[in-house]
Ligand binder design. Structure first.
Ligand code: SF4
Length: 91
């Protein structure tokens, strides 16, 4: 598993450090050959998130989940990490 997280910047609309930390922690030890991207905004985030096997891009109090280049669904910010993990574990 390869984990990617953006460095965050003024465009970030979610608690990126917390969400990225939670995702990374929950995926610790994951043996799947996947790339996971956690990105902070809807401007530059979707490109990187959709290029990864699984990703999320933050929006205004919510975020969009991606799987293999496709948008999966929007979810509230406080459930982003759990929903991304659920998506990965479903596969
Ligand atoms: S993805 Fe968005 S929030 Fe993250 S560093 Fe790039 S522009 Fe900033």
């Amino acid at each position: 598993m390869t984990f990617i997280s953006c460095p965050s910047c003024g465009r970030c609309n979610i608690d990126l450090i917390k969400i990225a930390g939670a995702v990374e922690e929950k995926l610790a030890g994951c043996k799947k050959n996947i790339t996971v991207a956690v990105m902070g905004c809807a401007v530059n985030g979707p490109g990187e998130a959709s290029a990864a096997d699984y990703g999320l891009a933050g929006g205004n109090g919510e975020g969009v989940l991606f799987m293999k280049g496709e948008i999966v669904r929007k979810v509230p910010m406080d459930t982003l990490a759990d929903e991304l993990i659920r998506l990965i574990n479903e596969e």
